[in-house]
Design a protein around this ligand. Sequence first.
Ligand code: NDP
Ligand code: OXD
Length: 316
Amino acid sequence: MLDKGAVVIDLKFGRHDVEEALKQAFAGRQVLHASDKSADLSSARYAVLWKPDPDLFVRAPKLEVLFSGGAGVDSILGVPGLPDTPIVRFVDHTLTTRMSEWVVLQCLVHLRQVPAYLKQQRARQWHERPQPQASEVTVGIMGLGVLGQDAAHKLKMMGFSVIGWSRSRKSLEGIETFDADGLDAFLERTDILVGLLPLTPQTRGIFNASLFNKLHRTGPTSGPVFINAGRGGSQVETDLATALNSGTLAGASLDVFETEPLDTASPLWVMDTVLITPHAASASDVKALFRNAEVQMERHEAGEPLQHVVDRKSGY
Ligand code: NDP
Ligand code: OXD
């Protein structure tokens, strides 16, 4: 019997994954698809969405809660006609764990000079490079939320010296933290900078020439390294390319870009010291996403407060 609130799905994810996940999700609820333009969405109470089409909110005027298909909500907050309903972010250990794997991997890649060794390998060169230990390198994480905190703990376990920066100061065991006002002090200690910030008006373009110039220059990684898996809109790619060319930055690992997919003409593609992944650091597991949404729908219907609700004022 379909007597619970109907849910509309508007996800730009792999269709097969969504269909498979729906086989076990939303029991007792009518599931509607926004991609079916003839579907009547007028009774839907919930939407699970990622980069939604703007007409969704006209077609579904009775939405009570929106569920983001990802941890970030910038692609939802910018949609015209967004109703004034709560937006729930996707927070799940599957997402967190895979992001930390990606971050730890990239820090180790630069610590152990994998880009330089790959270049040597292609040239059939046998040349041993210095092997600094993780403890000699300070990783500075910008964004100490769900993802930043987990990455910080795992980097610490690998032996890195870890510091972190966030809007409000955090208290994390074994990790020195800075608040918004402490940015310069944080940057001057940082050898490897990790970006795990949401995209908001305050964080747009924050990774720019001026910031790169403030990073610690005499660490064992032969120059600062920039790693970003937050949002591409936070980085100024022309400044990034200039910093990499001039040696202001010794390397970078980038998962997110100002425009995605990254333009084939971008100079970043062909830089030996840059690693690129196609916004694949930690994709949402659709089954987990639907399970999380169901839990929140049940809470909502039982009159309990929703969890992981976006603060619209701060934009994340
Ligand atoms: P959270 O909301 O849990 O954490 C965000 C962190 O950023 C908080 O520590 C927050 O500070 C800090 N922050 C936000 N604005 C500012 C600011 N203006 N100045 C200083 N610090 C700021 O987010 P998550 O950790 O869950 O996710 C972070 C981002 O990662 C997402 O928004 C998304 O863009 C990206 N992401 C990327 C993925 C990928 O595959 N590449 C996958 C998943 C997420 P405070 O603690 O004080 O609030
Ligand atoms: C997210 C993402 O925000 O995948 O979850 O980028």
